[in-house]
Design a protein around this ligand. Structure first.
Ligand code: ZN
Length: 319
């Protein structure tokens, strides 16, 4: 009897792909996907046809549809990315049951949660463009691991390990404090993006109903121009804005562990050079010599830290 080694070998090599497996995905949608929780979240207790916008005639048309468990949920746009990057927009669901039925049968590889519109998104073509209007959407912040490539020595791109994840943990803490203490948001949902980052969904009613201008204003408040070796450092105004000072006070407790010890950033010549270029021009030469005479990243940091303390003491004397 002849054994087809090719075929015999195949099940062992292709039956299990930890990266991605469409059969597992279908089982996940059938048995594990949290439909009821998703529905509970995305309907925000606005059940049935009890909508705030009953005066809207277009809305009233959609209320006549049967089996709609939450008008608010039904008016939410979902988009699917199917196999071979086929992208479907304007999907919407009357109930968690219909949501499940569709997910199991179409097995999307990716689901995007869009805005809540004034009418069910699937009817967007049956109406004049101007009356298909996005009404609400959670505000979403996206923290991407690749943003830290400049200060990562352990991984690059989509690769993540516990050492560089520490950057994400810091970013989460800083962002969370600003959102809760400065804006008073309470309903934040932090989720792993599935690949290389974290998303924060702010679901408070105030956040959901914000205009684009308000969203930009919140983002701008959080934005701090990033200094790099080309722009020779980041100029900050002192005294620091209270939000910046709060972030600084927290981050300086993490700095040595993450940057100096875990990432060993000052062990590597390219990073040493980047660091030197971030310093004021007058201090660069002295620090370059000090760095060259040091044996380790920790020693380099200690020398910089000592030099900084001397400068700070001198500044205090002058003032
Ligand atoms: Zn890493």
């Amino acid at each position: 009897m002849e054994v087809d080694t090719e075929t015999k070998m195949k099940p062992a090599s292709t039956s299990f792909e930890p990266e991605f497996n469409v059969d597992f995905l279908r089982i996940y949608y059938d048995k594990a996907f949290p439909y009821d929780l998703m529905f509970k979240w995305l309907s925000y207790f606005k059940l049935g046809s009890d909508s705030e916008e009953q005066g809207d005639t277009v809305m009233l048309q959609s209320l006549r549809e049967e089996d709609v468990k939450s008008e608010y949920f039904y008016n939410r746009e979902f988009s699917f990315t199917l196999e071979n990057d086929v992208y479907c927009r304007y999907l919407c669901f009357k109930s968690p049951e219909e949501f499940k039925e569709t997910l199991v049968s179409r097995t999307p590889h990716k689901i995007d949660i869009g805005a809540v519109f004034n009418i069910p998104p699937k009817n967007h073509l049956s109406t004049e463009k101007k009356v298909f209007i996005p009404k609400e959407k959670e505000m979403v912040f996206d923290i991407d691991m690749t943003d830290y490539d400049n200060v990562r020595t352990c991984c690059t791109g989509a690769k993540v390990c516990p050492k560089c994840w520490a950057y994400m943990a810091c970013a989460t803490k800083v962002l969370n404090q600003a959102l809760t203490e400065d804006f008073g948001f309470k309903a934040m949902l932090w989720v792993f993006s599935g690949r290389r980052g974290i998303h924060c969904w702010i679901a408070d009613e105030e956040a959901r109903s914000m205009s684009n201008e308000m969203r930009s204003a919140v983002t701008e408040y959080m934005f701090l121009a990033v200094g790099n070796e080309q722009s020779s450092g980041l100029e900050l105004n002192y005294p620091l804005h209270p939000a910046l000072n709060r972030a600084y006070q927290y981050l300086k407790t993490k700095f040595e562990q993450i940057i100096i010890r875990d990432q060993e950033l000052l062990e590597h010549a390219p990073h040493q050079n980047k660091f030197i270029k971030l310093l004021p021009a007058k201090d660069r030469e002295q620090m370059t010599i000090a760095f060259q005479r040091s044996k380790s990243g920790e020693e380099r940091w200690a020398k910089y830290d000592a030099a900084l303390k001397v400068l700070e003491a001198a500044d205090k004397k002058v003032s």
